[in-house]
Design a protein around this ligand. Sequence first.
Ligand code: TRP
Length: 335
Amino acid sequence: MRALTGIKPTGIPHIGNYVGALRPTLELVGDKGCDVNLFIADYHALNLVSDRAHIRERSYSIAATLLALGLDPEQCLFYRQSDVPETFELTVFLTSFTPKGLMNRAHAYKAAIQQNREDGKSEDDQDVGVSMGLYIYPILMAADILLFDADIVPVGRDQRQHIEFARDIAGSVNAVYGEGTLKLPEGRYGKDAEELPGLDGRKMSKSYGNVIPIFAPDKEILAACKKVKTDSRRPEEPKDPDDSILYKLFKIIATPEEFQSFHDRFVPGGMGYGTAKTELADLLIAKFTGPRAEYERLMADKGHLDALLLKGADKARTIATATLDRIRKAGGFHV
Ligand code: TRP
């Protein structure tokens, strides 16, 4: 059984990334029950990241983050998408089996044209700002998955449509070349990243400026925790856990024992918000100080990161080439 997941190279990680993507990914690799492909989706970032010049740097950053948080690269296939060029041949192959109408229904594309409509663009201009890269993003993602005959794809629920598309596209190929030419993957949907509130209670997101970074200096982590929004209850008053951002953050990050101790002192009253904020900062600092040092060490040696990622890509390409040969053969191309 093979599980495969891709992670976009975001900037410096914050707790939202940690809880939503990094921690589940590390748990997946720790699960001995299956082979895992974990890759950095750097070609996908070409559409999404405005500072394209920094994609390479961001890829190092996400690789170093995962390693610093304990990823064992020997336990999985860990690689950069761009180091597996077979992905891109398969993408082109799949475009011929993908109805254009399917791509018209993609959420990200629909959101872009909806925005153009709202901005008062004419019908002829509805595709303004949409690159073909954005338009066929789901085909590239299908290629990432189908190239490795992945059985399961653990992703956030927001990726459901992409998984459905990958299955549809694989089905179209199989309808022509026979069942089993491509394996239909199944999505495994984790909890939504939305569940992690930011400093102001909205979803934690860099674009809202409400994040707590994980690898920042202690001072910055404490300063961010001090900014968590609270109400005006006094220390001795009981607190409402359902209505407390601090409580929710603590719950998602702490171990069950740490959380229980916090809960018992916070909810009935007795602990003030100031103390709770400091405790949250202490918890984060204790958790991330070691990984932060390791992250900095890794980022100082890009040659080492490249070697490690290329080693992963080499292993991945052995599988990818075999799949691609199978597909080329089915399509009547020279192998
Ligand atoms: N689209 C995914 C995201 O936005 C990232 C991704 C790219 C991916 N290719 C993938 C995830 C293949 C799983 C499998 O998070």
